[in-house]
Design a protein around this ligand. Structure first.
Ligand SMILES: Nc1ncnc2c1ncn2[C@@H]1O[C@H](COP(=O)(O)OP(=O)(O)OP(=O)(O)O)[C@@H](O)[C@H]1O
Length: 254
């Protein structure tokens, strides 16, 4: 069943340049899908239209049968509890502890007052520990986030997304700031989120081979248009060249 349907999506930030043009795709529940394409193709913009961090100008986005474009402030807040987000630069609060950052993921379920006072239930705290343990960083629970390595901080970011109990996790270049070892750890965790927890993952990536290794399906974006939508097996060198508009040997990172 389709969890996400994007129909005729268009976005421009300025009148003179269309960034996304007639984007159409569907994502099924539980799928792991990567979006690849050259710098400036519109990958981040597309991802951010889905939870309306970026407002789109044309088309429709249906999430879980719900028309995302027509949601009011309250509806949008509810939608965002169902859609977790993982960022390239983690977007943690550096001076707060790991556990506090994870619990921030529950913010969408709280009144502003409860959130500001940091009122979390025992169940929420236990869940936060469980997730930290699952991602192998529970021994750092009471450290300030800025004392952790990039890879560890990204794992905190993933825990914060997961504690929301999302149906979908959007990952915007989650390994772009990490070394190969940390990248593998993060990608393995993201993959297990989809295979073990059944959570759908939509991941922007710069590394074609990483996308091929982990994805059920890959979407290729070039200059704001989808030019490929298929499996890793179907993504031939010719198709990669088409997505990047060039010979890509230099672009492929092991
Ligand atoms: N807030 C903004 N205002 C104006 N233009 C923007 C804004 N955000 C992005 N753009 C432009 O939209 C285009 C697509 O950017 P976007 O970040 O979505 O691409 P991308 O494929 O994710 O690139 P990268 O891989 O380098 O992150 C670029 O030309 C960029 O300059």
């Amino acid at each position: 069943m389709s969890l996400l349907t994007v129909e005729g999506l268009g976005k421009s930030y300025t009148a003179d340049k269309q960034i996304l043009k007639n984007i159409n795709f569907e994502i099924k529940a539980g799928e792991f899908v990567s979006i690849i394409g050259p710098s400036g193709a519109g990958k981040s913009t597309m991802l951010r239209c889905i939870n309306r961090m970026v407002e789109f100008n044309e088309g429709n986005i249906l999430f879980n049968q719900q028309d995302v474009g027509s949601l009011n402030k309250k509806g949008l807040r509810k939608l965002r509890t169902n859609i977790g987000m993982v960022f390239q630069h983690y977007n943690l609060v550096p001076r707060l502890t790991v556990i506090e950052n994870v619990l921030h993921g529950r913010f969408g379920y709280k009144t502003t007052f409860q959130g500001l006072l940091g009122r979390y239930t025992e169940e929420e705290k236990e869940r936060a520990f469980y997730l930290l343990e699952k991602l192998g960083i529970h021994e750092h629970a009471y450290k300030r986030c800025d004392q952790l390595s990039g890879g560890q901080q990204q794992r905190v970011g993933i825990c914060r997304a997961l504690i929301q109990e999302p149906k979908l996790v959007l990952c915007d270049e989650p390994i772009a700031s990490l070394d190969p070892n940390s990248s593998k750890i993060i990608m393995d965790h993201l993959k297990s989120i989809s295979t073990e927890m059944g959570i759908t993952c939509l991941v922007n990536l710069h590394q074609v081979e990483v996308a091929q290794h982990y994805s059920d399906r890959i979407i290729g974006l070039n200059n704001g248009e989808i030019v490929f939508n298929g499996t890793a097996y179907e993504l031939t060198q010719e198709k990669i060249n088409h997505i990047y508009g060039t010979k890509t040997k230099d672009l492929i990172i092991a």
